[in-house]
Design a protein around this ligand. Structure first.
Ligand SMILES: Nc1nc2c(ncn2[C@@H]2O[C@H](COP(=O)(O)OP(=O)(O)OP(=O)(O)O)[C@@H](O)[C@H]2O)c(=O)[nH]1
Ligand SMILES: [Mg+2]
Length: 429
């Protein structure tokens, strides 16, 4: 997962804007962008999904074999082509589907007169728009700072060498102050996140007091985790084809089989080519997975076998990074109602090292079997000993148990003045 990029920092604004007469937004009011991605179908599709999730309208897609040319990321001939295209289409932004250095982004923005962002900035934008709880907001801010600081350093270095106009138009003294402020924000956020982690730990301990087994949903973004969660717990959390719909963990209890109660957690989805610092920033959320007794790893069977295969290995890698014991994983092949039936055999082969089960969270196909599987795995003892896991004498009453399930992080970010005070607006400034 960490095998890739780390994008550009200072999101760079164009030095002057292109023809004022052209419409900068699509009929739907969305910002018009040019997406520069790879020729690989999987990467291209994923990039399109990310851009759409961020709420931009793609005016044109340019695919390239390489995006690591030193001056602009793309080659100079391609940069020229993009500049013309941007003028013709009246776009506002170029999104490059990889990591760009600060100077690459700056050069491309200056040359094309477009705002330029890279893949990581795009993901951060999506996270930003999705984060609703204090903890999620703080996690995103931390990831943003980790993204910004090294790039700001690079921008200063280049600026001092006289190769690039001053860092955000600032003098050296102002730059120094800005850096100190960024660092201070980072340590404040880290402290806040540690406090949130403590609250999360307390919450976990209270869950342990309930002494119910924990089932966690894991899987690539959009694999259907929340749809399954809602189906099993009768909840109504947001489900959407957009990537990264869920950013915070929700836990609810349900009975897969009468009398055999378990806790079910829905959490943030995975994506490939995510840099380590982003995983780090979301660590406490992802760590929830490490406490699960059973992990349902969802795969989206409606996708091509190539996509299923890439996503599966990406998820396994992430679970490995979190030191999850594979013996706890049950692979759930979801969306059977719209599955690529001809790939069934290959899919089974792909996941053959782990137990697996096929379902449709939408139609309910296979859900009974899944529930029995969950109950059998978590309550292997005979039916008569159902709820009596070790220490169950501590088990609180049903009502008390439900109270303990109120997430610690479910406050809105607005209730935390700290989040409001954070200013990351180097973008476009
Ligand atoms: N046809 C069909 N669609 C499904 C099924 N399960 C989920 N979906 C759709 O897939 C899309 C993604 O579902 P979500 O439940 O939001 O996916 P998620 O894994 O929670 O995604 P993130 O929160 O982004 O990580 C939604 O449009 C769902 O309606 C299924 O079994 N069949
Ligand atoms: Mg979700």
């Amino acid at each position: 997962m960490e095998n890739i990029c780390i994008g550009v920092v200072l999101t760079v604004s164009p030095s002057n804007s292109s023809t004022a007469s052209q419409k900068k937004s699509s009929p739907s009011g969305k910002k018009k962008v040019i997406l520069v991605t790879y020729r690989d179908e999987f990467m291209k599709n994923e990039a399109v999904g990310l851009v759409e999730a961020a709420g931009y309208a793609i005016s044109s897609i340019i695919d390239q074999r390489k995006l690591n040319h030193s001056q602009y990321g793309v080659g100079s001939g391609k940069a020229e082509e993009i500049k013309m295209l941007a003028g013709d289409l009246g776009t506002q932004m170029i999104i490059v589907d990889d990591r760009l250095s600060s100077s690459q982004a700056h050069n491309l923005a200056k040359f094309t007169h477009q705002e330029v962002i890279d893949r990581e900035r795009l993901i951060l934008d999506i996270f930003n728009s999705r984060a609703t709880t204090t903890e999620a907001k703080l996690q995103v801010k931390l990831a943003e700072l980790k993204y910004e600081i090294p790039r700001a350093r690079e921008a200063v270095r280049v600026s001092l060498k006289g190769e690039q106009a001053g860092f955000m138009g600032m003098g050296e003294y102002a730059v120094d102050i800005k850096f100190r402020a960024l660092k201070k924000q980072m340590s404040l956020i880290t402290k806040k996140l540690e406090e949130a982690k403590k609250r999360r730990d307390l919450f976990r301990i209270s869950r342990e007091r309930i002494n119910l087994p924990i089932v966690s949903l894991a899987g690539y973004t959009s694999s259907g985790k929340t749809t399954l969660f809602n189906k099993l717990t009768s909840e109504s959390k947001e489900e959407s084809a957009k990537l990264f719909t869920t950013l915070t963990t929700t836990t609810r209890s349900f009975e897969p089989i009468r009398g055999k109660k378990v806790l079910l957690s829905d959490t943030v989805g995975f994506i490939s080519r995510l840099p380590t610092y982003m995983i780090e920033a979301f660590k406490s959320t992802l760590e929830e997975l490490t406490y699960a007794d059973l992990i349902l790893l969802l795969l989206d069977a409606s996708e091509t076998f190539e996509a299923v295969s890439i996503k599966y290995s990406s998820c396994r890698k992430t679970l490995d990074q979190l030191h999850i014991n594979p013996a706890k994983i049950l692979v759930v092949i979801n969306k059977l109602d719209i599955a690529q039936r001809e790939d069934e055999e290959k899919r089974r082969e792909l996941v053959s090292d782990l137990p697996s089960i096929g379902i449709s969270s939408k139609t309910g196909e296979g859900l009974r079997k899944l529930k029995v599987r969950i109950a059998d795995t978590l309550y292997p003892e005979s039916a008569s000993s159902k709820i009596e896991r070790p220490g169950s004498e501590l088990e609180p009453s049903g009502e008390e148990a439900e109270k303990m399930l109120v997430e610690p992080a479910e406050t809105t970010a607005n209730s935390d003045p700290m989040v409001e005070r954070i200013d990351m607006s180097s973008r476009g400034s």
